[in-house]
Design a protein around this ligand. Structure first.
Ligand code: ZN
Length: 203
């Protein structure tokens, strides 16, 4: 399985990183080895001094598809989740200035947190629900899918032009504003509406 990640999908986060608003979604992949194992702490890797949390809504693909029209995209997923796209921001900045791929900064072991899954019927409106990340009990990221530049079904249409979607693939749909560094002993908790979806410890 693969993790397909969307970058720059919320206007407020584009502003905070002073990125240009893209014409097409920014897309990158993470390998399955990036998945943080359940109940394991996240260890800050030795090659970075500035690992940022990016809380993101996740979508789990349930059937194989290619060139999926957004009209039919809802038939390709039943579950919605929440996770973190951990990013070694210092390393990513270096790679970006050289025009190099981001993998070392975003696809390292443990860089993908995947929380519990909710049946999509439990989420009233896919394009209008709130989610947030708490760091040590304080809200640091507060998002709503209504602010996505590319909605979930549009993302599925777009990425399936390039990659065949397979059962179990997971899409990370981009982060809202409020990204920031994590430090040893931080506790990170993710919520969709009032439901806790994950809780992890940083080491
Ligand atoms: Zn991200």
């Amino acid at each position: 399985m693969k993790l397909i990640c969307i970058g720059r999908n919320y206007a407020d986060h584009i502003e905070e990183l002073q990125n240009e608003k893209p014409i097409d979604p920014v897309v990158f992949l993470k390998p399955d080895t990036a998945i943080l194992l359940k109940k394991q702490p996240f260890f800050i890797p030795e090659f970075s001094n500035d690992v940022h949390h990016e809380v993101e809504v996740l979508v789990k693909i349930k059937k194989v598809g290619k060139y999926i029209n957004k009209k039919f995209a809802p038939t390709y997923y039943d579950e919605i989740g929440l996770g973190i796209d951990f990013t070694a921001r210092d390393l990513q900045a270096k790679l970006k200035t050289k025009g190099l791929p981001w993998e070392k900064a975003k696809a390292f072991d443990g860089a993908a947190v995947i929380g519990n899954w909710l049946p999509k019927d439990e989420v009233m409106d896919i394009n209008n629900f709130s989610f947030r990340l708490l760091k040590n009990g304080k809200i640091v990221q507060d998002g709503n899918t209504s602010f996505m530049l590319w909605k979930i079904d549009e993302i599925i249409e777009y990425v399936s032009k390039y990659f065949t979607l397979k059962i179990g693939d997971i899409i990370f749909t981009g982060t809202p504003a409020g990204v920031g560094a994590v430090n040893t002993d931080d506790k990170l908790e993710g919520y969709i509406e009032n439901k806790q979806i994950f809780a992890i410890q940083v080491k």
